[in-house]
Design a protein around this ligand. Sequence first.
Ligand code: FAD
Length: 547
Amino acid sequence: METFDVIVLGTGAAALSAAIRAAAEGASVGLFEKADTVGGTSAWSGGMVWIPVNPHMAELGIDDSREEALTYFASLSHGLIDMNLAAALVDAGPEVVTWLEQNTPVQFQIIKDFPDYQPEHPGAKPGGGRSLECPLFPFVELGSWRERVTVGPQLSGNLTMSETSLGRGAPQGVDPSELERRKIRDERGAGQGLIGPLLKACLDRGIEPRTGMRAVRLLQEGQRIVGVEFETASGAVEVGTSGGVVIATGGFEWDPGLVRAFSRGPLARSASVPTNTGDGLKMAMRVGAGLGNMREAWWVATIDVPVGGRMAAWQVNGERTRPHCIMVNRRGRRFTNEAANYNALGAAFHVIDVSSFEYVNHPAWMIFDRHYLTRYGLAGFKGESAAPDWMTEAPTLAALAQAIDVPAEALAQTVARWNEQSARGEDTDFARGKSVHDRWWGDPAQGPGPAATLGPLDTPPFYAVQVYSGVLGTKGGPRTDGNGQVLDVDGRLIPGLYAAGNAMASVMGMTYGGAGGTLGPAIVFGYLAGRHAAQAAGSPAAQAAGS
Ligand SMILES: Cc1cc2nc3c(=O)[nH]c(=O)nc-3n(C[C@H](O)[C@H](O)[C@H](O)COP(=O)(O)OP(=O)(O)OC[C@H]3O[C@@H](n4cnc5c(N)ncnc54)[C@H](O)[C@@H]3O)c2cc1C
């Protein structure tokens, strides 16, 4: 049987971080991917990485501390955050940033001014600093792997997030000649800009991902994990390990049975790679892993938009936050602060009316007017032609209500009240625009106050698009210690088993600290797991088990 010091499952950010760090300890690393392409949802993402007390904050004169970061975690916990794990993240995060920058092509820069997602909470950074991203990375450096990184439907272009409307770094857009220059060396930003250098760091260390290998079962000797069985096109293959297996196979959002078993409420769409079917979770469950955070996900509101011949779950984050747009439920009523952070917003979709026993706010409708559409557009459409199939257009609000089957009178009242509140500059119903977060995601050109996200719906025609409770991925899984080692149902370590990224019970509980709140912990716990597994490979106990 082929044997490695460390086996890493998956090729998202958590997996690549684990593989690189294990190799740096001198371990031989086997990196296995179920799909034919690599990078996972991480490659489809914005590539933002949330690391409190990161070294770039000091360079910009931004104060942060362990205490502040942990205070922030505690304020968001609702009793669901394991504070020891939170401390492990905060303590290791700065080291991981520095280590990656010194030992790999991965470099980070702060996305300036990007506020944490609950910026008014104690310990938060309303002026940003904790959200990092990588600069553009030239994919020509990946050789034959250049074409083998998965590309998502929504992001993945030649821009950094700082240069998008979200990051505010290029208010006038990037010069076309500069964009042309980037294409020559295939310089990519966002999630591609993160996965590119992580993958290069693996290749530089001789770690070549093996694709088309779906891990299905852990091999055990006594308690210790000593290998993995894979399903491949040519049949089952077993691979051994002396140090351990790092499960970094993403979440379980694409497995309807697991979603039904665990999800807190409707999980109607997933914006992640469809190979994330909870294989790692099932493998860990079979060997007795204790589970945590199972009902939680990285919630995000999505709409259905055709991309490349199929319907994609398109996230509407800035889209639902900008002026001249509201969300209503099936009763034609607003039901939440539309500009709240996407993860928190998920809870509004999960409300049940206890009398009718309906998820009364799900699915919901985004309602906007001509002014919104021509100024901001939606999913690439700016009203240049007749509304596409996925958008309902009507000349009046009453006609729109009829077309989408919501009570016309209620919709008229809702819009009238919204317009009145917009004129007053204050949403007294749901406090939209009160938080610095809401204003950041709105339209800064409308001013620094709530106007950045308020604005009447008064310019016909009117439009509606159905909005679903979607996810970027689930975030429940095996519970781990501060080294990424998996704990069993009794809280004891399962020797040789590690988990990181969306495959582990997230350190974030039900919250999302700031932009990069999933990838930051994924990289940090991947790093810790990879290092520990590599060191275990050198230990006499592990070597005895592996021999
Ligand atoms: C459009 C978009 C934008 C986002 N932007 C951000 C952002 O800017 N910052 C942020 O923090 N988060 C962001 N997210 C969320 C973030 O991308 C994910 O939470 C994160 O990538 C999860 O990383 P991971 O390594 O755990 O999993 P993934 O990156 O999903 O990788 C898991 C990998 O495991 C593989 N796999 C699954 N099963 C097996 C198996 N049995 N054997 C072998 N391999 C297997 C999968 O094929 C996949 O390649 C975004 C998500 C989307 C969709």
